[in-house]
Design a protein around this ligand. Sequence first.
Ligand SMILES: Nc1ncnc2c1ncn2[C@@H]1O[C@H](COP(=O)(O)OP(=O)(O)OP(=O)(O)O)[C@@H](O)[C@H]1O
Ligand SMILES: [Mg+2]
Length: 371
Amino acid sequence: MNVTQIVLHDFRNILEETVSFTPGVNILYGKNAQGKTNVLEGIYCFALGKSFRGNRDRELIRFGCGQSRLELSFRDINREQKMELSLFEEKSREMKRNGVPIRKRSEFVGTFHAVLFCPEHLSMIQGPPGQRRQFLDSAICQLKPSYLAALSLYGNVLKQRNALLRDEDRTEEERLPLLEVLTQQMAEYNTRIVITRSRYLRLLEQAVSSFLSEMTSDRERLSLTYCSDAQIELEDHPEQMKDSYFRKCMSYAKREMAAGISLHGCHRDDIGILLNGKEAKLFGSQGQDRSIALAMKLGEGEISRAAMGEYPVFLFDDVLSELDRDRQRYLLQKLEERQVILTSCNRELFEGMHAPMIRVEEGTYEREEQG
Ligand SMILES: Nc1ncnc2c1ncn2[C@@H]1O[C@H](COP(=O)(O)OP(=O)(O)OP(=O)(O)O)[C@@H](O)[C@H]1O
Ligand SMILES: [Mg+2]
């Protein structure tokens, strides 16, 4: 898959720009706060259906403007495609694929595929569980839009359930029947999400292990497990898994009412990462953690290719300078023959490389003539 161009109107610090890309490596370089990440953010909006910086739509609109528009042209195995995303200050967003309006985010994702790698991901191993769940969610929702729908339904029920747990105007006995209804619904979506994540993780483990053994000349063994309150071993029996989760949740109902919050479910799950049998979070060195994070991103690309029949677009935000020379070299060599759009403050890093260089300055993008 290749992005051919993105048009950005009043997006972040960009007035109106068209940025074109070639297959292979493309480099956006410039000083800090000029708009390098903004372009990757714009492109990745089409993969995720929202910003990866977790902001509300309106924060993406250029200061003082009422609306913002993005238009992405890309080529996949079969054809050229065009997607559009318009964000408004005063009303909800509009989405289109090849001119056809789309209502839901879960229908918008799944057409354009990208892997994003940014400096925060380098600390994914040590970071909080939410960061690892986000990794899974961003990767899976592109392959399985129904997963995004399940996540959103789960999020809605969770919100209602938490409100009920906190509702002190009603006695515990009064709240229990409604709590059962909400927990049933939550169990349904939780089961779908947990099974999907756990299956994805098994594919990822294979891919990541093989990258890691290449990177470290086979010195390190990796295992990835899905850590959850749900009984993962019942994966092939979703109805049983759902029932057991429901019963478990209800057995904690009193404690949850006292705490005023849902304590169990996929919003609290995590990925367990073992390196040579030891928990990487506790025992990994910074270098090992970076290698795992890098291998996880490359692995995400492999799974996407296996599912979609072609590599996604790789978006690398300022990560190259964070890696040592061996890992830089390894990464660039692995990404040959794929489209990579990367940003850097450091033009010298790419001296001698045959790749288009795009100079970024105050929200403008100028392609250098190649000598
Ligand atoms: N909604 C907005 N409207 C206008 N400008 C914005 C908006 N949001 C962010 N900006 C501006 O965008 C700029 C940051 O852009 P970006 O994050 O792309 O920088 P960058 O080139 O990646 O920098 P760095 O090298 O530090 O990562 C800042 O100048 C910021 O003030
Ligand atoms: Mg940046």
